[in-house]
Design a protein around this ligand. Structure first.
Ligand SMILES: [Zn+2]
Length: 299
């Protein structure tokens, strides 16, 4: 088939989706999905799913999500390390307008507020965010690039979101973002480097090579002002991968335990634990991922 991004080159089926962990459920929403690769665009994507399958899948996973309130959520290590990266390159000015797509129940706002309290925050998600902040606006459950009205914003935050976009929406989405960003506006993106880890799994629908994602943003009139490949290493041995799994397992037990007991503990104890176990000044995981900031170029 012709590539839906460049409308020019023939795509090839090089990669296949990994067998999902929750096999029954995933098969229900994603029967026989395939990955097409455009070697010119250096982007691979799921070529045969429906938007409604994705929506229903997310609905089903949100349904059984426990609602736990985390204290000191601004120090969530994923967001904390992202903001440190961001402020290394860009100043966050007063009254900044930020749009986040797919923040889930937490998002970047609490961490952003450590560095800038005057923020207008807009988001799209199926869930409702309940942070204690005046200027917080839910714009809708989904962002539809052809129908949704966006406010003019200075920053668009996409943390582990771009790899979930419905592939045929990608071009319209970047055009809409370009239009709705103020002059000099920025997009922050973090995505897992699935191409490097060969981790093709549901519900990821887009898989980028480094050149591919840079080329894509440049094509839509953005310049990349910062780019970082995290945990990028060619010698990911079996040994390393194994210890990584154990690390994650131990940590998730600790995290669960912490979330359970934290509400009964005094602040000083919670703070100490949060700093020791959650705040990492840098990568928060051993997995490979890509992080970058793109700036709108005036046409
Ligand atoms: Zn292409």
């Amino acid at each position: 088939m012709k590539c839906l991004l460049c409308n020019n080159h023939e795509t090839k089926e090089i990669y296949t989706y990994r067998l999902p962990q929750h096999y029954q459920e995933n098969r229900k929403f994603f029967p026989n999905i395939k990955i097409q690769t455009c070697q010119e665009c250096k982007i691979s994507y799921c070529s045969n799913t429906e938007r409604s399958n994705l929506d229903n899948y997310y609905k089903s996973i949100y349904e059984d999500k426990p609602k736990i309130k985390n204290r000191f959520k601004e120090f969530n290590s994923r967001f904390f390390s992202q903001i440190l990266f961001y402020i290394n390159h860009v100043r966050i000015h007063e009254n900044i307008k930020v749009l986040e797509v797919g923040p889930n129940i937490l998002g970047i706002l609490p961490t952003l507020k450590i560095f800038q309290k005057k923020v207008s925050y807009y988001y799209y998600d199926q869930v409702v965010i309940k942070h204690n902040h005046k200027e917080i606006f839910k714009l809708g459950d989904y962002f539809d690039p052809l129908k949704s009205e966006l406010p003019k914003v200075d920053l668009i935050w996409m943390s582990h979101c771009l790899e979930h976009i419905f592939p045929s929406d990608l071009k319209d989405m970047l055009n809409a973002y370009y239009k709705d960003l103020n002059k000099g506006g920025k997009i922050f993106v973090e995505i897992p480097n699935d191409m490097m880890s060969k981790n093709f799994k549901i519900p990821h629908t887009l898989f980028f090579e480094k050149e591919g994602v840079i080329k894509l943003f440049e094509k839509f009139n953005f310049k990349i002002i910062a780019f970082s490949e995290i945990n990028h290493s060619s010698d990911k041995t079996e040994q390393n991968t194994k210890s990584e799994v154990n690390f994650t397992k131990d940590k998730s037990f600790l995290v669960k335990f912490y979330l359970l007991i934290q509400k009964f503990l005094p602040d000083y104890l919670v703070k100490k634990f949060a700093f020791k176990n959650f705040v990492l000044n840098g990568p928060y995981t051993n997995k490979v991922f890509i992080r970058f900031i793109a700036e709108k170029i005036d046409k």
